[in-house]
Design a protein around this ligand. Structure first.
Ligand code: SAH
Ligand code: SF4
Length: 442
């Protein structure tokens, strides 16, 4: 095969782990069509942007990327530019991209994923842009996956979301909840174990809803118990858990399961019951704090992380203070804070915004100051303890160091000149920073 017949693709992925997984499916489909991945857009015959719609910022990023790729299309008229994912599942955004960036060849939504191979063929033959934002969910379960790592893998268990939190676009762009059949998930997990994978992260917008739509009595804890018994696997993670559905039974299951990692990502969003009500989160701050207490009592040393939205419509200073109080009480290992971003079609987009951007930014800074101090204090309390790491490879900033993760999902750097990627290492924690830890091999 000469160089000109080798087709090359470049993919950019924005957003969450589910999108990263979708990009692995896209990669596998492209590779079976004869495309090879390249690490720079300049070298590609096909550029794909897998977009995110959860906030305005990732949507703005798409316009800036397309601005850059316009010039490449001038140089290579045969270049195919495709934009897919959550942003383009929204009709207005899809049409905006198609009309504003007339050089884009294909716009496809999340539900079009299984049709991507044919869509690319159509786009390469058609003079005008192809648009597929159909609402039909095709079975995507049997699609191939090209895993980005050789030792840890994403494994979706449920697609979509039925919760309609008032600020969130996800139910509109990912559709309603569809749990994957129990045995398909178990078979995938077994296959991954046979292929040498050590860690699996079970994915869903709300993993606790797993099974609700199957009506066969099987739920998330049954799935965890079964995966926990698969030989060869060493660590099982899951995200995300909705606090309204996290049960004591689930905490008990995690406490007992040898492979089930002691990390809960449990987004709280706000510490004010009034705002939680407006957000349609269906729990109170008291119920949430009680859950945290149950987790800490039943699994000492478990780590808990969270997401917070700052500046939701109507959030006043005393609501914000309640969020700060909750964070002081919950003592999260880390909390990701986001300035509220109005999203089309959502209930909150119709609520009156009451804060200026500067006020939201000020709250964000004040929030982060409180949370960063707590993160550092928790990390400091770990100095002197030992931890098992699954090594991810050389540290990004220092090739003399290796980086690994604890079962509680904390990043630890340690000095070692040999590449220990995909090995387990025991370390003693010697230094604490806000975002990570430093250790020494035992
Ligand atoms: N399914 C997950 C997370 C979905 S989106 C869950 O239910 O927790 C990830 C995070 O983005 C959310 O937890 C929330 O904190 C944030 N987010 C979602 N919509 C947002 C919006 N409109 N503005 C700001 N942050 C938002
Ligand atoms: Fe969005 Fe709420 Fe569903 Fe999470 S649970 S994806 S925040 S609607």
């Amino acid at each position: 095969m000469n160089n000109s017949t080798l087709k090359k693709y470049f993919q950019v992925t924005l957003g969450c782990q589910m999108n990263e997984h979708d990009s692995e499916v896209i990669a596998a489909m492209l590779e079976s069509k004869g495309y090879n991945p390249v690490s720079s857009a300049e070298d590609a015959d096909l550029i794909i942007i897998n977009t995110c719609a959860v906030r305005k910022k990732p949507e703005d990023k798409v316009a800036s990327l397309l601005g850059k790729y316009a010039a490449l299309k001038e140089i290579n008229k045969n270049l195919i530019i495709a934009v897919g994912g959550c942003m383009t599942q929204q009709s207005d955004a899809a049409h905006y991209i198609k009309d504003r960036f007339h050089f884009v060849d294909l716009v496809f939504g999340t539900h079009a994923l299984p049709r991507l191979p044919e869509l690319i063929d159509q786009a390469s033959e058609s003079k005008s842009a192809i648009l597929d934002i159909s609402e039909d969910y095709l079975d995507r379960d049997k699609l191939p996956v090209s895993h980005g790592s050789s030792f840890k893998a994403w494994l979706p268990i449920i697609y979509g979301c039925n919760n309609y939190c008032s600020y969130c676009v996800v139910p509109f762009v990912r559709g309603s909840e569809r749990s994957r059949p129990f045995h398909d998930i178990i078979n995938d997990a077994k296959q991954l174990a046979e292929n040498g994978y050590l860690e699996i992260t079970l994915l869903g917008q709300n993993v606790n809803s797993y099974g609700n739509d199957l009506n066969n009595g099987v739920g998330f804890t049954d799935l965890l118990k079964e995966i926990n018994s698969i030989e060869g696997l060493r660590r099982i993670r899951f995200m995300t858990s909705h606090p309204k559905d996290l049960s004591v039974k689930l905490i008990e299951t995690i406490a007992m399961g040898e492979l089930l990692c002691e990390h809960f990502h449990l987004p709280v969003q706000s510490g004010s019951n009034r705002i939680l009500g407006l957000m349609n989160r269906k729990y109170t701050k008291e119920k949430y704090l009680n859950l945290i207490k149950e987790i800490k009592d039943m699994i000492p040393g478990a780590s808990i992380t969270s997401d917070i939205i700052i500046g939701f419509p109507g959030e006043n200073e005393s609501d914000f203070q309640e969020t700060l109080n909750l964070v002081q009480e919950a003592r999260f290992d880390n909390a990701f804070s986001f300035i509220y971003s109005p999203r089309n079609n959502t209930a909150a987009a119709k609520m009156k915004e009451t804060l200026s951007h500067a006020e939201k930014e000020d709250r964000l800074l004040r929030f982060n100051e409180v949370q960063h101090k707590i993160s550092k204090e928790i990390n400091l309390s770990l100095v002197g303890s030992t931890a098992e790491l699954l090594v991810e490879g050389p540290s990004k900033n220092n090739p003399e160091q290796q980086t690994g993760r604890t079962r509680t999902n904390k990043l630890v750097h340690f000095s070692h000149s040999e590449d220990l990627t995909a090995n387990f290492a025991e370390v003693i924690i010697t230094e604490a920073r806000t975002w990570n830890l430093v250790g020494e091999l035992e």
